[in-house]
Structures are given as structure tokens and as C-alpha cells.
Design a protein around this ligand. Structure first.
Ligand SMILES: C[S@@+](CC[C@H](N)C(=O)[O-])C[C@H]1O[C@@H](n2cnc3c(N)ncnc32)[C@H](O)[C@@H]1O
Length: 187
């Protein structure tokens, strides 16, 4: 059950699409326990034993913090690349070492060189221009055999048929769609 404050903030981000106040977004994200969700994501990512990780729409870096914590606990050394369109969020994350490499830009044109083992994106599927354009870019930057990790949040429950078809058209095979995660493997 969401509180009045959470509902107000949710409406604000859904309508204004203004993430320029990093402290405000961090408060909202912590109220939703996205730090705990970051550690759950970390457990899924650690099971894939990655060396190079990309997170798009990384915001204040709560997912990065959770993933890096779980990787360290598992003795896995990986480089974490964070991409967001909002520079204020990246500066907030970078100042707290929630990630290793930071770039401002759009997930529609990822500015990092590719060859990622894992690509994570949570809570930003609604900002895509189309599923096909998005998954083509996911496939471009993932290594063959690499994984796209989509932690479900809010109203998201499973990958729809439309999502699965777009994934398949772009060489991504669903290997998990349960327990709050969709995970695809790049052919
Ligand atoms: C609801 S927040 C989710 C952020 C984070 N993954 C989380 O769960 O807290 C949406 C994020 O998407 C980012 N964003 C929106 N459009 C984007 C784009 N085209 N490329 C990269 N980031 C984008 C926003 O700046 C914001 O950080």
C-alpha cells in the first residue's frame, strides 16, 4: 500500500518527468526500498558472474550499490557502467561511488563501447520510443551469451507477448520470467 507522499511523488515523476533534483528522487527511491531491491538484483547478477556490467536509467545508483555489494560478497570483480539522461543523478551516484564509469546519455544510443556481460534496466521501460529500437540496442552492446536483466517494479508482472516478440526479433531469448525478474540471453 503506497502512502500519500509516495503517490504524490509517483504522480510528479509520471507527469513532470523531471529528475533534476537528485536528493528528492533518492528520498522517493528509499521510501520504496529500492536499496533492498538493489541487493536482490545483485544476487541475480552475481549468479551470472559478470566482468562488465551496464546499467541504463541508473538514477542515484541504488541498484549499483546493491549489485556491487553482492558481487563483492561473492568475490566477483566487475566494472559497473552507469548511464542516465539526467546529469544531476549521475553526479549524485558518482559522488557516492555507486558505480565505476558514468556517462550522460540515452539508452537509445549507448555511448559506452559494447561487450557487456550484463545489461540492467529497471523502472524506465516506459521511456522507450519502441520495444524493437530498445532491444536492438541492448543486443548491440551485449556480448554473445550476455544477459539482459529486467527487474520488474510497480505494475510490471511478466513480459507481455509484445515484449517477448520484440526480444526474439532482436536475438534475445527469455531464460527467466518469474520471481520479479525477466532475464534474456543474447544469442
Ligand atoms: C523511474 S526512474 C528509475 C530509475 C532507477 N532505475 C530506479 O529504479 O530508481 C527513471 C529513470 O530513467 C531515466 N531516463 C529516462 N529516459 C531515459 C533515457 N532515454 N536514457 C537514459 N535514462 C533515461 C531518468 O533520468 C530516471 O533516472
Amino acid at each position: 500500500m503506497l502512502t500519500e507522499d509516495q503517490l504524490r511523488e509517483m504522480r510528479f515523476y509520471a507527469t513532470a518527468n523531471d529528475y533534476s533534483d537528485a536528493e528528492r528522487y533518492e528520498r522517493f527511491a528509499l521510501s520504496l526500498k529500492l536499496d533492498e531491491r538493489g541487493r536482490e538484483i545483485g544476487d541475480v547478477v552475481a549468479s551470472l558472474a559478470p566482468a562488465r556490467i551496464l546499467e541504463c536509467a541508473s538514477a542515484t545508483g541504488l541498484t549499483a550499490a546493491g549489485v556491487k555489494e553482492r558481487l563483492a560478497a561473492a568475490g566477483i570483480s566487475a566494472t559497473y557502467h552507469s548511464l542516465d539522461i539526467e546529469d544531476a543523478l549521475l553526479r549524485f551516484a558518482s559522488a557516492r561511488s555507486r558505480g565505476d564509469c558514468f556517462a550522460q546519455g540515452s539508452f537509445e544510443h549507448v555511448p559506452f563501447s559494447g561487450d557487456f556481460d550484463v545489461y540492467i534496466m529497471m523502472g524506465a521501460m516506459g521511456y522507450r520510443s519502441s520495444p524493437d529500437a530498445f532491444y536492438a540496442e541492448v543486443a548491440r552492446v551485449l556480448k554473445p551469451g550476455g544477459h539482459f536483466v529486467w527487474p520488474l517494479i510497480g505494475m510490471e508482472t511478466r513480459a507481455s507477448d509484445e515484449e517477448r516478440e520484440a526480444m526474439a526479433r532482436n536475438g534475445l531469448t527469455v531464460v527467466r520470467d518469474a520471481g520479479g525478474f525477466v532475464v534474456c540471453r543474447r544469442q
